[in-house]
Each structure stands twice: as structure tokens, then as C-alpha cells.
Design a protein around this ligand. Structure first.
Ligand SMILES: Cc1cc2nc3c(=O)[nH]c(=O)nc-3n(C[C@H](O)[C@H](O)[C@H](O)COP(=O)(O)OP(=O)(O)OC[C@H]3O[C@@H](n4cnc5c(N)ncnc54)[C@H](O)[C@@H]3O)c2cc1C
Length: 290
């Protein structure tokens, strides 16, 4: 099937793209990697008046500065896998992107497109949530910074307002006593996640007591979600609480009502949340110790 006809604009700066977004309003869509948008165009699920292709905007690549790693919206998934700055400052994102699609998807797909698309199974979404990331949304009137937790609203729906472009993802860099893990269940490599779990554990200076813990999940709801922090906060102050992880996984699972669909039943997903959460926390704790 071919897309409905549309106008095409290829700006060479984000400023030009934002100006066009302001001009065309709801009739415009942004084209980044096209890995989600192009299929939706071809299926006529989206019928924009104009496609604004931002691939001609220069991409300066990830930058680490002031305790933050900044990824421009056009950072390709493949760039995340090869960039030495990302490897050091956000290894969880690297682990997460290994699970995204196939080589073609990773070569074209962008971090901004993935977050703006807001697929509930998004690995990048779960990692950005778990790490406490934020996005910069820019409009003609200026920029605002939004925690990733406030970006995702529902299935394929974000809080990006008309006229706004997602220009950056910012992730707080990890300190030396942190460990991360990203695990997921798929039926075949490159499939969308049935359930994916991202975990972060930071230890105190004694390397045996938990200072901070965070878990985020995909495939469990209408959007990537943080686990209830009142549960993960129970780990704080405990001495390497390996024995607590399985029951914590079960308690975290009990806070979700995951979808029941052609890929997996809700009860199977609940079981995966329990097992994968415990596994991810254990691996994050092991890595933090070492
Ligand atoms: C075969 C296949 C397998 C895949 N597997 C996975 C997977 O396992 N996990 C996963 O998470 N994803 C998967 N994807 C999706 C992939 O990660 C996409 O790259 C991603 O969802 C969208 O990124 P994109 O850059 O291609 O965006 P596009 O497809 O160009 O755009 C997607 C949406 O975001 C909007 N948009 C894009 N950039 C911006 C911006 N900067 N500001 C505002 N709005 C913007 C567009 O208007 C559009 O609505 C898969 C895709 C395919 C085709």
C-alpha cells in the first residue's frame, strides 16, 4: 500500500523545522529515521499534509558535560552502540539498544524518534526512564525540559505539544559505584519486547549497602513505566539484599495490569515482570560491587 499524497520539506536546521511546525500545525509530521513513521504512512494510519524531514540537520553526536550525557535527537541507535562517551556514561542505554530491532532499524532509527513514537515496548524509553532522563522540547517560543516520566502519556502518545520538536535526550551520568542491567524476553531476536526490565543500583562507599535503586519496564502497560518507587526504595540502606529480590519482583509485578494479547497472556507477562526484575536487580547489584 502507498501513502496518501503529502508535501515534503527538508530543512537544514532545527530552527527551520520548528518554524515549519509552527506554520503547518497539526498537518505536519516530523520524519527522523522513518522506521515507525514510514510504515504508518504506507498503511495510511497517518495522513499528514506535510512531512518535515529532519535528516539534513547536522548531528554533532553525544556530548558529556557537567554530569550529564546529551544525545541530540538525531542520534542513531547504531551510534549509541559505538560511541565511547555513551559506553562510559550510559552503559544501560547501550545494553537496551542491542535489543532494538535489527541492523537496518538500528542504522536508521533515532533516539528522538523512538521517544516521540512512545511505543509501550520501547527499550530506549525504559532505559531513559530508569536513568532519570529528561528531554528538551523546543518550539518557536523557546525550550522546556521534561522528565521522561512526564513525556509518555499513553499508547503512542506523548506530552509533546503541537509546534514542539524533541531536540535532545539528557541522561545523568552514572557514578563509579553504580551498576546497571537491561534484560528482556522476546520470542525471536529483533522482535518487540514482550517484557523488558531496566535496573539501576547505586551502592554507598562501603560497596555493600544500597544507596539508590530504580527499575523501569516496557511491555507491561500502555507506555514504558517506572516501577513503584516506594517498593524499590525498600532496598535503600540494606546490605546487598539478594534474598529480597524475588519477592520484590513479585510485589512490583502486582502493581501492573499488563496487556493480554496475541504475543503473550497477561499472566505470563506478570511472571516475566517478577523474574526479570529480580534478575536485572541482581545483575545491577553484581556490577555495582565490581
Ligand atoms: C522491523 C522493526 C523492528 C523494530 N523493533 C523495535 C524494537 O525492538 N524496539 C523498539 O523500541 N523499536 C523498534 N522499532 C522501532 C524503531 O526503534 C524506530 O526507530 C523508532 O520507533 C522510531 O524512530 P525513528 O527515528 O525511525 O522515527 P520515525 O519513524 O521517523 O518517527 C516516529 C514518530 O516520531 C515522530 N518524531 C520523530 N522524531 C521526532 C522529533 N525529534 N521530535 C518530535 N517528533 C519526532 C515522528 O513524527 C513520528 O510520529 C522497530 C522498527 C522496525 C521497522
Amino acid at each position: 500500500m502507498a501513502s496518501a499524497p503529502f508535501e515534503y520539506l527538508a530543512p537544514s536546521t532545527f530552527a527551520e523545522a520548528i518554524e515549519a511546525l509552527g506554520e503547518y500545525g497539526d498537518a505536519a509530521v516530523i520524519l527522523a529515521g522513518g522506521q515507525s513513521l514510514v510504515p504508518m504512512l504506507n498503511l495510511r494510519l497517518v495522513q499528514p499534509g506535510i512531512v518535515i524531514d529532519i535528516n539534513g540537520v547536522p548531528n554533532d553526536g553525544p556530548v558529556a558535560n557537567g554530569g550529564w550525557l546529551t544525545l541530540p535527537a538525531l542520534t542513531r541507535h547504531a551510534e549509541i552502540l559505538s560511541d565511547p562517551l555513551v559506553a562510559v556514561a550510559a552503559p544501560m542505554l547501550v545494553d537496551a539498544v542491542h535489543h532494538v530491532g535489527n541492523v537496518r532499524v538500528r542504522n536508521r532509527g533515532t533516539v528522538g524518534g523512538s521517544l516521540a513514537h512512545a511505543d509501550p515496548t520501547s527499550e530506549i524509553g525504559a532505559a531513559a526512564l530508569c536513568l532519570g532522563g529528561e528531554v528538551v522540547l523546543t518550539a518557536a517560543s523557546g525550550s522546556r525540559t521534561v522528565p521522561v516520566d512526564d513525556l509518555f502519556v499513553s499508547y503512542l502518545t506523548t506530552s509533546i505539544a503541537p509546534g514542539e520538536l524533541l531536540t535532545e535526550l539528557r541522561l545523568p551520568a552514572l557514578n563509579g559505584r553504580s551498576g546497571v542491567s537491561f534484560v528482556e524476553m522476546v520470542r525471536r531476536t529483533s522482535d518487540f519486547a514482550i517484557v523488558a526490565v531496566a535496573a539501576l543500583v547505586e551502592l554507598e562507599a562501603d560497596a555493600s549497602t544500597v544507596k539508590r535503586a530504580s527499575v523501569a519496564l516496557s511491555g507491561v502497560s500502555d507506555r514504558p513505566r517506572l516501577a513503584d518507587s516506594s517498593l524499590t526504595d525498600e532496598l535503600i540502606g540494606q546490605e546487598l539484599p539478594y534474598a529480597r529480590l524475588r519477592s520484590l519482583g513479585a510485589e512490583i509485578a502486582a502493581r501492573f495490569e499488563p496487556p493480554d494479547d496475541v504475543h503473550a497472556s497477561a499472566s505470563y507477562r506478570l511472571r516475566l515482570i517478577e523474574v526479570l526484575t529480580a534478575r536485572a536487580l541482581q545483575q545491577a547489584m553484581d556490577r555495582a560491587r565490581s
